[in-house]
Write a protein that binds this ligand. Structure first.
Ligand SMILES: Nc1ncnc2c1ncn2[C@@H]1O[C@H](COP(=O)(O)OP(=O)(O)OP(=O)(O)O)[C@@H](O)[C@H]1O
Length: 213
């Protein structure tokens, strides 16, 4: 279970942003929609423990991550939070298998070959297991980003603008995939986007951030 309570972030020498409260159960989802500049990326970074808050709580599985410092937040993130960034984050010099094995080791876990094979099979990219991600198509790279984010069975899966620059058909496919995977893995899914096409699909699970200026 994820709870967000009275969250505020202030940029050094910049504005302070207040975020609405919300909660998500494991295997459930929320769409965070907002126009450019309203604080979506900032919220994503705060939820991922990548930015320290000014006040408020981000509670993930009973732990308020805003209280974790230094190595502790890095370790918690590795074990409990998966982030799908807009641009893929993997090592081009490593194969898909090596990238996923590295992500497991970085979270302090043993390499679980079965888990790597399961995810690559499930995402339909197992034929590329021994290739560099740089040799895959953009759609396949996005699937690999999903595998990287899910490899350590995170409680929280964050996706940053996953449909940016995709046509309607591909946008629907990606959203369906994210929903299915989050539900199968029992991860809470947070999608941060300006793509109002997604509003309909998430009807009752949409939170719209208001404009700051
Ligand atoms: N490093 C910074 N210092 C000061 N203010 C900042 C900084 N980064 C962002 N901001 C301001 O904070 C607000 C929110 O920025 P943020 O990047 O979170 O918005 P966003 O909704 O993700 O926008 P976009 O969709 O255009 O990427 C904006 O008004 C921005 O100008």
């Amino acid at each position: 279970m994820i709870h967000i309570q009275q969250l505020k972030y202030k940029y050094p020498k910049g504005i302070e942003i207040s975020f609405p409260d919300f909660e998500i159960k494991s295997g459930e989802e929320i769409l965070i929609l907002g126009a450019s500049g309203c604080g979506k990326t900032t919220l994503l970074h705060v939820l991922g423990g990548l930015l320290p808050v000014t006040s408020g709580k981000v509670i993930i599985n009973d732990i308020d991550i805003t209280l974790l410092k230094g190595n502790k937040i890095d370790q918690f993130r590795g074990e409990n939070i998966g982030v799908i960034f807009q641009k893929p984050h993997f090592a081009r010099a490593l194969t898909l298998h090596e990238n996923l094995a590295f992500a497991q080791k970085a979270a302090g876990r043993k390499v679980d070959h079965k888990r790597i094979h399961h995810l690559l099979d499930r995402l339909g990219i197992s034929q590329h297991i021994d290739k560099s991600p740089s040799k895959m198509s953009e759609g396949e790279k996005q699937r690999m980003s999903v595998a990287m984010a899910l490899i350590n069975k995170p409680a929280l899966l964050l996706a940053d603008e996953p449909t940016a620059s995709l046509d309607d058909e591909h946008a629907n496919e990606v959203i369906q995939l994210l929903r299915e995977m989050a539900s199968e893995e029992n991860s809470a899914l947070v999608i941060v986007t300006h793509d109002s096409r997604l509003k309909e699909a998430f009807a009752e699970r949409t939170l719209t951030l208001s404009k700051l200026h």
